[in-house]
Design a protein around this ligand. Structure first.
Ligand SMILES: [Cu+2]
Length: 526
């Protein structure tokens, strides 16, 4: 009994001291927050819209190299600004509901929007980038409808700052605040996240990158970071189903390919890519066209003697992996999770690739049995056993063709043996070297529709071409139809020769997107 009393008393003191340190300091910090980074809030529904992804972001970041290290570039994701106050880097972080867009509206369908939970109007949250030895203060506000905390994953900091509910701190109630403050004595790729499993699956994670005091060698020219996430979005429903065990939308920094923004690299540059995973699945991330070395984990830098080569790195749940390579070979190289279902959009059972709408909706909160795929009744083609969403969510969907690429490539292709970029649908000579063009591909119409249908499983029907709809300066010069092979947890590493690199970077700087003249203008992200 007296033990229990002691525990209660200790707990009370602990909580009240934390309240004193964190929650009650709110006013000044709150005013500063409003001034500092006011997210755009839609007064009608109280949701905060994700900030317009700025194509010049990478360039702005490049102007502020911290500690002599190459600044970290987070395509499609903002970086959290800070203010210096008496030698402390002060960040303001607000947990809130964020309406984000996995894919913009295309001519194939409406935008895929999602009501996720994130930080400062962003899912995942904005990157926090600091230097080893920094004193960091994060003024945290909770605008969610339920309590939360922030855990600093992998950081060796005092227990009071660890963000484990009740164990190290009281929950931060809706409308409440908490001040996290610590010195960072490590370096590497870390992250912050809510310490509630369901909140994590609603999107509550962000990158926390710490640069070393002395840059690692060999120095990298470009340093990128990605958060890998997965979402279960039921048809006609924009709220992630956190109970799901199967996921139909896979994102890198909050975007599903082909809406991910390609990495623009000059041939010869040394590149680091940091990958962080906090979901239900491990992701084997594969890079085309270059061998890399795994140079870091969630525990920081790996000694060079222990680096190992590869082209696929398994980024397990709650892990970080850094890979580095020299961009020797020109090309638009894919970087993607190699789980087959993670290189697709909307790929769950037979819902169908990228299908945007259905005749009838399905609410979240179906029974546990349906959600877990436990069959209760029915025959082989019943609602339970037939093609359905997830592991049999008790809902069937008629299979239908959604492709706009099937049979789109009719005719023949002729290319120059010396200049692979020269291609023509007619025989002729290369304008660059005068060599005769060689037939590379036969017509794709050799089989009749009737003949095709004899093959079991036809059509797989995975291709959708939406080049114009996702065009941005970084996609300039990609091969027509490139979006047909870009889906899910995927992006492009574009290694360009110097002249093309300069051209694309100038377009990025100018925010200039060139679309074919036939394309009707439309606003992205709207
Ligand atoms: Cu994956």
């Amino acid at each position: 009994m007296s033990n229990e009393m002691n525990w209660m008393r200790r707990k009370f003191l602990q909580v009240s001291s934390l309240l004193g340190a964190g929650v009650l300091l709110g006013d000044a910090a709150s005013a500063q927050h409003e001034h500092h980074q006011a997210p755009k809030t839609d007064k009608k529904n109280g949701k905060t819209a994700a900030p317009e992804r700025d194509h010049q972001q990478a360039l702005r970041q490049a102007k502020q190299p911290p500690g002599g290290n190459a600044p970290v570039i987070t395509p499609d994701l903002p970086k959290l600004e800070y203010k210096m106050e008496n030698g402390v880097k002060v960040f303001n972080l607000t947990a809130e509901v964020v309406e984000c867009e996995l894919m913009p509206k295309t001519h194939m369908g409406s935008a895929r929007k999602m009501n996720a939970w994130g930080y400062n109007g962003s899912v995942p949250g904005p990157m926090i980038e600091v230097n080893e030895g920094d004193r960091v203060r994060v003024v945290f506000t909770n605008k969610l409808p339920e309590p939360t905390t922030i855990h600093w994953h992998g950081l060796e900091i005092p227990i009071e700052m660890d963000g484990t509910p009740y164990i190290s701190q009281p929950m931060v109630e809706p409308g409440g605040m908490f001040i996290y403050e610590f010195t960072v004595n490590q370096n590497g790729t870390f992250f912050y996240h809510s310490h509630g499993a369901m909140q994590e699956m609603m999107g509550m994670i962000g990158l926390f990158v710490i640069h070393p005091k002395v840059p690692h060698t060999p120095r990298v020219d470009k340093d990128y970071a990605f958060v890998l996430q997965e979402w279960a979005l039921l048809p006609n429903n924009n709220t992630p189903n956190t109970l799901a065990m199967e996921f139909n939308w896979l994102t890198m920094n909050g975007k599903a390919a082909p809406a991910t923004t390609p990495l623009i690299i000059k041939q010869g540059e040394r590149v680091r890519i940091r990958l962080v995973n906090l979901g239900m699945d491990h992701h084997p991330i594969h890079l085309h066209g270059a061998q890399f070395y795994v140079t870091g984990t969630e525990g920081g830098r790996i000694p060079e003697s222990a680096w190992y080569p590869g082209n696929t790195v398994l980024v397990g749940v709650a892990q970080a992996r850094d890979v580095e390579f020299e961009a020797k070979y020109v090309g638009d190289w894919m970087l993607h999770c190699h789980l087959p279902h993670h290189m697709m959009n909307q790929m769950v059972s037979m819902v169908g690739p990228m299908m945007m709408s259905h005749g009838s909706g399905l609410q979240t909160g179906k029974g546990m049995e349906e959600g877990m795929g436990i069959v209760r009744q029915g025959n082989a083609l019943s609602e339970d056993l037939g093609p359905g969403f997830g592991r049999g969510m008790g809902m069937t969907t008629e299979e239908k063709n959604v492709s706009n690429a099937l049979g789109a490539q009719s005719g023949e292709l002729y290319a120059c043996p010396m200049h692979p970029e020269v291609a023509s649908d007619k025989p002729g000579k290369c304008p660059k070297c005068g060599m005769a063009l060689v037939k590379k591909q036969l017509s794709g119409v050799a089989l009749t529709e009737a003949e095709k249908k004899k093959a079991p499983g036809y059509p797989q029907d995975m291709m959708m071409i939406v080049d114009d709809d996702v065009a941005k300066p970084e996609t300039y010069g990609l091969a027509p139809g490139w979006t047909a092979s870009m889906m899910g947890m995927m992006t492009l590493v574009r290694v360009l020769p110097e002249d093309k690199y300069n051209d694309v970077m100038a377009r990025v700087k100018a925010g200039k997107t060139e679309r074919p003249p036939s394309t009707p203008e439309h606003k992205h992200g709207g």
